[in-house]
Design a protein around this ligand. Structure first.
Ligand SMILES: [Zn+2]
Length: 102
């Protein structure tokens, strides 16, 4: 009984040690990558832009217009998709309801 407990404890300790090692490794890696100039890219023209730019586009008006249009169509698409799912679920519910009563 006690040996089993000990084994579990040992495993837990080992896991914690591994997690700690992985975490410290990650920190080291990110520290190294800071030297390689962190940046992101404009989602329209892929020009390098500052890391903190939000939304992820450059200062170009053309890019912001394209991005806005894309965003709008994306929103419309997700709305239509949710509407379709709602209709599907509603019809399924009606069918179950009809099946249960009749
Ligand atoms: Zn751009």
């Amino acid at each position: 009984m006690s040996s089993r407990k000990e084994t579990i404890l040992k495993a837990a300790k080992r896991t914690a040690k591994q997690a700690h090692a992985a975490a410290s490794k990650k920190v080291q890696k990110s520290r190294v990558s800071i030297g390689i100039d962190p940046h992101r890219h404009c989602s329209v023209c892929w020009k390098p832009i500052p890391l903190d730019s939000e939304p992820a586009i450059c200062s170009s008006v053309e890019c912001s217009t394209i991005f806005e249009r894309r965003e709008k169509s994306r929103r419309r698409f997700s709305f239509v998709m949710y509407l379709g799912i709602a209709i599907f679920v509603g019809m399924l519910g009606i069918q179950i309801f009809i099946g249960a009563t009749g």
